[in-house]
Design a protein around this ligand. Structure first.
Ligand SMILES: Cc1cc2nc3c(=O)[nH]c(=O)nc-3n(C[C@H](O)[C@H](O)[C@H](O)COP(=O)(O)OP(=O)(O)OC[C@H]3O[C@@H](n4cnc5c(N)ncnc54)[C@H](O)[C@@H]3O)c2cc1C
Length: 401
């Protein structure tokens, strides 16, 4: 550490999700010392998979990554052989789930791609050392030498000039800042069924994927369906494709306790949909495990950065439902802003409290607006509500401007 009251820079990044890794990549490029800590072991971080649309955050993502990784971004696409910038791959579609009619096809201003969470995380991890098995437990501030110490559940302690909570929707850093009640995300009052479909019959896979080569939304009377192409190992062999299907409706389902009941309920709901969405579900194996995702939200409110020694980024700073495809884009913006803030601190030497506070205040303002809008979108999930809801009104646009 440096002289008393002015420690030399060392950023402790809590969480090796995409947010934490992008901050690490940005700091690495700027030559600012950092360390990354992850609660899970190396194999566990590869388990959870979904695909994500990256739109207004794309130029920032490319800037945060070093050139040799940024050039390889196409490796993270679900279908690396597809030109994501060509029509219709650069659009998303909205279907009427009752009739199968396409109601809307929309592009975005600028470029749009879809990425695999698992593949993007692996790319962002290249060249970054991660200390796995380090679950943050407690934060201790030393007001004499101006440092901050992260204490981990495994007994390890690490001291630095700044702790960044990039530890996701159920952030331990956020709970340290706000206390267990105010700092915890609130479960959403909706049921979010998520599964990965594979059809051994190539014609069935082609039929389902014909709705859109990348992603579409299907709005019906009692909920919505998302369909996304998740993995295309061989474009010529549809039986190798993985297709992600989400079905969600208002209210937490507590009536189905067994897999058999969930299967039955899913099939009952799917039977009311038009093709190809109906068959997308009905062709699934009857013994397939049907899981509901527990989604939770946290609308940011200002936090005490303890003289610029602790802050939040990504889902830790603003946990939002995925209904507008914004969480990662916001997280990329956070990472970019934080890296720029750290560069300014490095140059100015002693303005860390004001600079980190300014970064934090902007995240609260921008992330708060989007979390509230995404929450509204997650409540507008019947056909009629959807037509008037944020997805149709704003598309995938950034609302903070
Ligand atoms: C189904 C779904 C679809 C989505 N689609 C889109 C989309 O299309 N577009 C979009 O922009 N966004 C989308 N999102 C949102 C996006 O996935 C998230 O905003 C983004 O992945 C957040 O990354 P993160 O690094 O902040 O958090 P995470 O990915 O949750 O990473 C946090 C990391 O911190 C670790 N951690 C947790 N606690 C501790 C601790 N105490 N100590 C140390 N480490 C800890 C965790 O193990 C994890 O590795 C979607 C989300 C879902 C669920």
């Amino acid at each position: 550490m440096g002289s008393i009251g002015q420690p030399s820079q060392r950023v402790l990044i809590i969480g090796a999700g995409i947010t934490g890794l992008l901050i690490a990549q940005g700091l690495e490029q700027a030559g600012i010392p950092y360390a990354v800590f992850e609660s899970e072991d190396a194999s566990a971080t590869r388990r959870r998979e979904w695909t994500m649309v990256v739109h207004w955050g794309l130029p920032l993502l490319e800037e945060l990554l070093p050139e040799h990784l940024s050039k390889r971004l196409s490796e993270t696409y679900p279908n690396p052989s597809l030109d994501y910038h060509a029509y219709p791959n650069n659009t998303h579609r909205l279907y009427d789930g009752n009739t199968g009619e396409m109601m809307l096809e929309r592009g975005v201003d600028g470029r749009i791609v879809r990425v695999s969470r698992r593949k993007l995380r692996a790319l962002c991890r290249e060249g970054i050392e991660i200390k796995f098995g380090h679950a943050l437990d407690k934060i201790v501030f030393d007001d004499v030498d101006g440092t901050v110490t992260a204490q981990f559940a495994n007994g390890a302690k690490e001291t630095g000039s700044l702790i960044v909570g990039a530890d996701g929707a159920h952030s331990a850093v956020r709970r340290e800042l706000f206390g267990p009640e105010k700092g915890s995300a609130t479960p959403l009052d909706l049921t979010f069924l998520a599964l990965t479909a594979r059809y051994s019959d190539p014609e069935k896979a082609r039929f389902v994927a014909a709705a859109h080569p990348v992603f579409c939304v299907v709005a019906a009377d009692d909920g919505i369906v998302f369909m996304a192409i998740q993995d295309v190992p061989d474009p010529e062999r549809p039986e190798t494709w993985a297709i992600q299907l989400y079905m969600n409706w208002q209210g937490k389902d507590e009536s189905t306790t067994t897999n058999e009941e969930r299967q039955k309920d899913m099939r009952r709901r799917a039977s009311k949909l038009a093709e190809p969405f109906r068959s997308a579900f009905l062709w699934l194996p009857e013994d397939m495990e049907i899981k509901y995702n527990d989604l939770a939200a946290w609308v940011p409110s200002p936090w005490d950065s303890h003289d610029g020694r602790v802050t939040l980024a990504g889902d830790a700073a603003h946990a939002m439902p995925p209904h507008r495809g914004q969480g990662l884009n916001q997280a990329i913006q956070d990472a970019q802003n934080l890296v720029e803030a750290m560069k300014t601190i490095q140059q100015s030497g002693d303005h860390q409290p004001a600079i980190v506070q300014a970064y934090s205040d902007e995240v609260v303002e921008r992330g708060g607006k989007e979390t509230r809008l995404s929450l509204e979108a997650s409540r507008s999930i019947t056909l009629e509500a959807f037509k008037k809801g944020p997805w149709v009104k704003h598309g995938l646009g950034k609302v903070s401007e």
